[in-house]
Design a binder for this molecule. Structure first.
Ligand SMILES: [Zn+2]
Length: 882
């Protein structure tokens, strides 16, 4: 349903040229003809857990807009055994699968009239291990250690068609009724509650209630030997479902989900529309989750919290992931983007909403800053804003809204630009429109499009209608253009002049773009946030400011742009650094480092700031600095300048660690343990002998005394032990990793193994990626992790090339294009770029080409940056060590 537009709409539509229109089913991109629409599916699936296959059948009610001779729908890796239309069987030759296009063509017996029809299909397929379509996961049962198996589905973006033939594009909404036939000991879960269950001799047939109208990628089926805990919130039954023996660890998630549901019911102004919501923990992998309507799946470590052994960081991640996935129940599930070119609508919004909700309930966590700068690699779920900005400054970036024409492109769209740039744009818009006006716009958007699809233009329309401000004029520059602006600040007397240009790194003469930039700023005499919309290439700030008073733009790092100050303005800011918030200091650090990368400032510009901010033990400040030091340390691996750099960097951080110490002090703030962990990891990486010895001795005691390493420090201490492991300690870490049933702890051990820099251990580490001792998803990312942390990308590349077929078989839809490039992406040797390009030509599918280009650009940047930094680094070190 489209809503009527208000008067002010016409005013704005005249003055802005938009590439994209509002949602219209007929003109929505996609492969499938729009003249035939499914309205109802009844699907029956019977998995065989021995053979890892399934048999299926379905009846699909269809509506033809016009008479049809041919039906075109999606299917892949399915055998179709029979097809019938309105009860008439189709001959074999009328059924044609087109594997490369993932289409099923059914030639009808004659031209069939417009109106209602019924298609019946029987089919069979395979249950896979890499999380595409219907998959299995093997695990050791908690308490018994017996080997068990469970089933799950992952359909986003384009894999529902692997379980049943369907109109598998998001704008083809329909109602689904799923029936599963399974061994009697398994419990089946889907989007809706169970409607009927029939027990047979060995098997049980479970029929679920009919879903509301929704997109096919949101259907879910999980089955296993489950336990659950439950509660009721606002009339909705909430459950956390986990494999036997683990449900109680879902207590924190269940409590969080209750709060979050109440918050969203209010925020969206439309109550959660299904009768129940299940949060399902899938054993094994790490990090991911999927927002299936009413049945969200999570990898265990993103849902289960063990108060005795889990870290506080895991707890924060769990809340944030639940908040993100639950936001999708409205933004994504109830209202769905029309096509994958608008994936950002789903992901950017859910990321922003999840952060806003997490921050609301947990103000001491500094959620926005958590989303801004990277912490130690892969531990934190989700993308970081600064990582997105780094990618977006390159020639290989893309607009938030990008054309998607193939399944592979849809799979590649789930990147930092979609999530984090998307989230940042929403955040800027919210602050520009004001919190309550923005919320009213979202309420209107949801209300107007329930059970339907939208484009970005529909969102701008709702926000414009409610705010009366030209959202449709400001926003498309951020979503339809690549990159973002650099705002240059120059002071002349009491005038502040601002100029914008496109910010680029390793990209000479990029095409020029212009944005409407909703700026925020603070001044020394007016330390409250002010706003100014920079519409043109340059403008003066509408204030008079005394030439000796400081000015800071991009307050609290909330905007998606960078700022370059002239010399005098920069000096004034440095003079006021003590008065700035942690977020503002982080923002200055991020921009200062980016300006060094862009060759606009020397290295000393960044380090002059670092020296001023490493005083107040602020976590995000340290994380930014440690991340940068780690980057430089990796860049100069094997280089003669590295030992001197490490000494220089240790001196910068050492006194902070002396203050923080190994052991918690009574009454210290909650974030202090994170800072302790960051410093241990950072100093360990920088070869600090005392830290390394301290980590080793704690690990030695850990076997007999688990309290020797508190949960909050485990990842960091084990990481240091792993980095400098000899054969004996490598084996010990491996034994511990094999033994533990905790997904979280297993992750720490295997990351530690994959951090070992002794090249003699490399064959052992790499062999794990081919074995089945880790869940498939985890085994798949062990090698990229090792390539970054083990410091021998050449060994990883050689191994990867030799075993590429087996390794690619372990990738899911999102990993398949980026896996090979990820093995060398962080190299700073030109010959690796060449090797990847040559390999891609002969051995990788075309769908990998964007990821290959990104990796090649990254390597070439590192080669150039390393040469540029070396002399600067030397003189910086000399100036610090007289
Ligand atoms: Zn999401």
């Amino acid at each position: 349903m489209r809503f009527l537009v208000g008067g002010c709409y016409f005013l704005f539509v005249v003055c802005c040229v938009r590439a994209e229109g509002k949602f219209d089913f007929a003109t929505t991109p996609g492969k499938l003809p729009k003249e035939v629409r499914p309205t109802d599916y009844a699907i029956r699936v019977e998995p065989d857990l021995e053979k890892l296959t399934f048999a299926g059948s379905e009846t699909v009610k269809l509506h033809f807009d016009k008479p049809q001779r041919l039906l075109v729908l999606n299917a892949i890796e399915l055998e179709i055994s029979s097809a019938a239309i309105d009860g008439t069987n189709l001959p074999r030759k009328a059924i044609a699968l087109n594997a490369s296009e993932q289409l099923l063509n059914l030639t009808l017996p004659n031209e069939m009239a417009a109106g209602e029809h019924e298609l019946t299909l029987s089919f069979s397929g395979k249950i896979n291990s890499q999380g595409q379509g219907l998959y299995f996961a093997r695990y050791q049962e908690q308490g018994t250690n017996e080997k068990k198996i469970m089933l799950g589905t992952q359909f986003e973006a384009t894999d529902a068609r692997r379980m049943f033939p369907c109109w598998d594009e998001p704008s083809f909404r329909a109602r689904f009724q799923l029936t599963a036939v399974l061994p009697r000991n398994l419990i089946a879960v889907s989007n809706m509650p169970i409607e009927d269950e029939k027990e047979g001799q060995n098997k049980k047939e479970t029929r679920f209630a009919i879903t509301p109208s929704m997109s096919s990628y949101l259907l879910v089926l999980c089955a296993g030997e489950f336990d659950s805990i439950e509660s009721t919130q606002s009339g909705i039954k909430l459950r956390v479902i986990a494999t036997k023996g683990k449900a109680e660890m879902g207590r924190y998630a269940l409590e969080s989900a209750g709060k979050i549901l109440r918050y969203y019911n209010d925020y969206f102004g439309t109550a959660y529309p299904l009768p129940k919501l299940d949060l399902i923990a899938v054993p094994g992998g790490f990090g991911g989750a999927m927002e299936n309507w009413g049945g969200i799946t999570y990898y265990e470590s993103a849902l289960l919290f063990d108060p005795k052994n889990s870290s506080s960081e895991t707890k924060q991640d769990i809340f944030a992931v639940i908040a993100h996935e639950m936001a999708h129940q409205w933004f994504g599930d109830l209202v769905t983007m029309a096509w994958w070119d608008n994936l950002w609508l789903n992901e950017g919004f859910a990321s922003w909403m999840g952060s806003k909700c997490t921050d609301h309930f947990n103000p001491t966590w500094n959620e926005w800053l958590r989303r801004s700068v990277p912490r130690s690699p892969t531990r934190r779920v989700g993308f970081k804003k600064d990582t997105a900005m780094q990618a977006d400054a390159r020639s290989t970036s893309h607009p938030v809204q990008q054309p998607i024409t193939s399944e592979a492109q849809a799979g590649s769209a789930f990147d930092e630009i979609t999530y984090q740039k998307g989230q940042s744009i929403i955040r800027m818009l919210e602050s520009f429109l004001g919190e309550s006006v923005f919320r009213d716009g979202i309420r209107k958007y949801i209300r107007s499009h329930v059970y339907s699809n939208t484009t970005t233009a529909d969102l701008w329309q709702a926000l414009t209608d409610v705010s009366g401000k030209p959202v449709g004029e400001i926003a498309p520059g951020w979503t339809e253009q690549t990159a973002f602006p650099l705002v240059r600040v120059e002071r002349h007397g009491d005038t502040v002049s601002l100029t914008q240009e496109r910010f680029a790194v390793h990209f000479p003469n990029p095409p020029a773009f212009r944005w409407q930039v909703p700026l925020t700023y603070l001044t020394e005499d007016q330390p409250v946030t002010n706003g100014f919309l920079l519409r043109d290439q340059s403008a003066n700030l509408p204030i008079e400011l005394s030439p000796d008073h400081a000015l800071k733009l991009n307050v609290a790092d909330a905007g998606y742009y960078r700022v370059e100050y002239d010399e005098s303005s920069w000096k004034l800011i440095l003079g006021q650094i003590d008065r700035l918030s942690e977020a503002d200091r982080v923002n200055l650090l991020i921009d200062a480092w980016a300006l060094v990368e862009a060759n606009r400032k020397p290295l000393s510009h960044y380090f002059a700031l670092v020296k001023l901010v490493l005083r107040d033990d602020q976590l995000a400040v340290y994380d930014q600095v440690i991340d940068t030091l780690s980057f430089i340390n990796r860049l100069f691996a094997g280089d003669p300048v590295r030992p001197a750099f490490q000494q220089f960097a240790r001196l910068l951080l050492g006194s902070s660690f002396d203050r923080v110490g190994w052991d918690p002090k009574p009454g210290e703030p909650g974030q202090r343990s994170f800072l302790r962990g960051s410093l241990i990891r950072g100093l360990g990486l920088l070869n600090d002998s005392e830290i390394i010895a301290g980590c080793r001795s704690r690990f030695d005691q850990f076997a007999s005394d688990p309290n020797a390493i508190p949960p909050d420090l485990r990842a960091d201490i084990l990481g240091v032990v792993g980095r400098y492991a000899d054969s004996q300690s490598w084996e010990k870490l491996h034994r511990f990793g094999l033994k533990t049933n905790s997904t979280e702890e297993k992750q720490f051990y295997y990351e530690a193994l994959a951090s070992a820099i002794d090249p003699r251990l490399a064959p052992r580490t790499m062999a794990i990626a081919l074995s089945d001792e880790l869940p498939t998803s985890r085994a798949a990312i062990l090698l990229p992790y090792f390539a970054i942390h083990g410091e021998h990308p050449e060994l990883v590349w050689e191994f990867g090339r030799t075993h590429m077929k087996e390794l690619l078989a372990k990738q899911d839809a999102l990993g398949i294009n980026s896996f090979a490039p990820s093995l060398v992406m962080f190299s700073s040797s030109a010959k690796d770029a060449e090797a990847l390009q040559n390999y891609a030509k002969t051995s990788l599918p075309d769908s990998s080409s964007k990821e290959v280009a990104k990796a090649v650009d990254e390597i070439e940047f590192r080669v150039e940056f390393k040469e540029r930094l070396r002399p600067q680094l030397k003189s910086l070190i000399e100036s610090q060590n007289p």
